[in-house]
Write a protein of this length. Sequence first.
Length: 244
Amino acid sequence: MTDFAPLDGDPAGRTLRLLELLAARPSWPASELAGRLAVSTRTVRRDVARLQGLGYAVESRPGPGGHYALRPGHRMPPLVFQDDEVLALVAALRMIEGILAGDASHRALAKLSQVLPRRLRAVLDNAAAGSENAGGEGGEMDLATLAVLLRAAGQDLVLRFVYRDRHGAVTRRRVEAVRCVHARGRWYVLAHDLDADDWRVFRLDRVREPAIGEPRLGDRRRPVENLATWLATDFGRHPGTPGS
């Protein structure tokens, strides 16, 4: 998050900033909120009361000096970003244009432009107009496939799919997906192959007919903490690139 200048003389702006902070973390000590807003803890309590009066579910939680939290699932104001966050969104969408099928990135930029306030809309539009992806043709990654794999990894589900390896051989796989990983311009899925009883890394553009199955048994943790090094050294054996 970008730190603001003191907002003690701007109650409306300070309250909006407080709401943004509350949405960013599960819980905040009152003293830390006061420091971020450059006001007293008494002013924080008054601003919290103002948010509660507007219908936002801000809860007080036990703890030294008091803690505040925004109850999950309750309404938020229209999108609120800082300049650097808008630039990060444009950069991220530009980066994935080269690997996504279709025009999802372009449509996302257009929708963001429609909902942002006027000043931030100008930041986004200028960044979009002044940038492009020149990394080659797109179409290497299908969003529908990525969505299935992300769900399997995120919800601890067994995944089945047809896979074509680097030699063109086609096999059916049954795995426990642990992470979807973006590396060197491609997406991969790190998974424990249930039939081989070993770890595998699959390139997502070689995955076909993905289907989610039953919940996996137990807690399948990733093999190491530093996945980047593990992948780049062929599962820690020797230098190489990820991919089966």
